[in-house]
Design a protein around this ligand. Structure first.
Ligand code: FAD
Length: 360
């Protein structure tokens, strides 16, 4: 009798909230293993976040395991998302776009997930588990044990990417000691462009985003960086970690479970490593609550490991910025004031190759 009840519950889909890297990779893995899965994505089918990202070797391996060609070291978040979504569509993985997950109620043998459709209509869908891959944007999974708590100080950036070959072929930068502001440029692979970071030291709150962007534009204008590939964006990249990555049948993965400093180029890799843990656990036989709990242990172990790497990066970056020439970023900065930073280059290279380890 127990096995009959269990298999009936197992016929319900795993519901995945979010078709970012974590959610789509989880759905692809579950579908490939013959498990029923249903993805709800709050936005439309075409991802548009043009932000460049640096992919760790581990992330590239997982994307190839899933069935994509190697995307290379430098890519954009939207290119990864659109490639994964294309694969999901080819393979018949059900992804419902313009559907926002609003909440979840846990029952003994299932979860009831509330979803808002494009015209505002609300429906409830039953699942054997909910995988929250929303990047930490579902209020109902941010409570109690599942709450994400800050594990680092505010760390504020403006970042933009430029397609200008040979402008910066190494990591270059300058640091204004009086204002504690840095300007750093990283070359992208094959030196086909560069990424700019206007960098404030840990501890400075983001404050007025428009003022930060205006400050960046003024500096970029003096340096004549030209038009960026996409509009510069201001971020508070403060690090967060969930107290627990699971409660009952709810599992949090990717940025929902925890995020780390963008300088360590690891968020996408963590999202993909978490997706792998979720798929491994949820394709095993056994009680769903137990399986979700097993996946959560792996997920949290990986994010703690990432937190330690991010801590190293924040300290190394502070030292590296202080080894750059002291320049008045407010008035007198010119391109000739910028200097290469071997230390920042080396630190970034070392850290962006470290694997994210979990028990899986
Ligand atoms: C400035 C910056 C630079 C970065 N650089 C790098 C880098 O170099 N390398 C790297 O690996 N990572 C980098 N990252 C991090 C990386 O982008 C993230 O870690 C990664 O995108 C997380 O993937 P995810 O799938 O967990 O969440 P997300 O990418 O946030 O995807 C979440 C998805 O869920 C959807 N969603 C949200 N709410 C709901 C809801 N209620 N219902 C349904 N769907 C919902 C969203 O629309 C989105 O599609 C950087 C981040 C920042 C901010």
């Amino acid at each position: 009798m127990t096995s009959v009840i269990r298999s009936a519950a197992r016929e319900l889909p795993v519901i995945v909230a979010g078709a970012g890297p974590a959610g789509t990779t989880t759905a692809l893995g579950l579908h490939a293993a013959g498990e029923a899965v249903l993805v709800f994505e709050a936005r439309g089918p075409v991802a548009t976040r043009a932000r460049n990202i640096f992919l760790r070797p581990q992330a590239r391996d997982i994307l190839q395991e899933v069935g994509l060609p190697d995307p290379g070291r430098d890519t954009t978040i939207m290119s990864i998302e659109n490639d994964l979504r294309g694969l999901a569509s080819e393979r018949g993985v059900p992804v419902a776009y313009d559907r926002r997950v609003l909440g979840v109620v846990e029952h003994t043998d299932h979860v009831a997930v509330t979803v808002q459709g494009p015209r505002g209509g609300i429906s409830t869908v039953k699942g054997r588990a909910l995988v929250d891959a929303s990047g930490g944007r579902i209020a109902a999974t941010e409570t109690g044990d599942l709450e994400r708590v800050a594990t680092g100080p505010h760390h504020v950036y403006v970042t933009a990417q430029y397609a200008s070959p040979a402008r910066f072929d190494h990591v270059y930068g300058a640091f204004d000691r009086a204002r504690s502001e840095g300007m750093v440029f990283f070359p992208v692979a094959n030196k086909t462009g560069f990424v700019a970071y206007y960098d404030l030291p840990p501890g400075v709150p983001i404050g007025d985003e428009a003022a930060l962007l205006a400050r960046y534009e003024a500096i970029a204008g003096r340096l004549e960086l030209g038009p960026p590939v996409a509009a510069p964006q201001a971020f508070d990249a403060r690090q967060h970690l969930s107290r627990s990555a699971s409660r009952g049948r709810i599992l949090k993965i990717g940025d929902s479970a925890g995020n780390a400093d963008p300088y360590i180029g690891a968020g996408a890799a963590a999202a993909l490593v978490d997706a792998r843990s979720a798929v491994r656990a949820l394709t095993r036989p056994g009680d769903d609550v137990h399986l979700v709990g097993q996946a959560a242990e792996d997920v949290l172990a990986g994010h703690r490991n990432l937190g330690a790497q991010a801590g190293m990066m924040v300290r190394a970056r502070s030292l590296a910025l202080r080894s750059l020439p002291d320049v008045d970023l407010g008035e007198r900065l010119t391109a000739s004031d910028l200097r290469p930073s071997r230390f920042l280059d080396l630190t970034a290279r070392l850290l962006t190759h470290l694997p994210i380890t979990s028990s899986g």
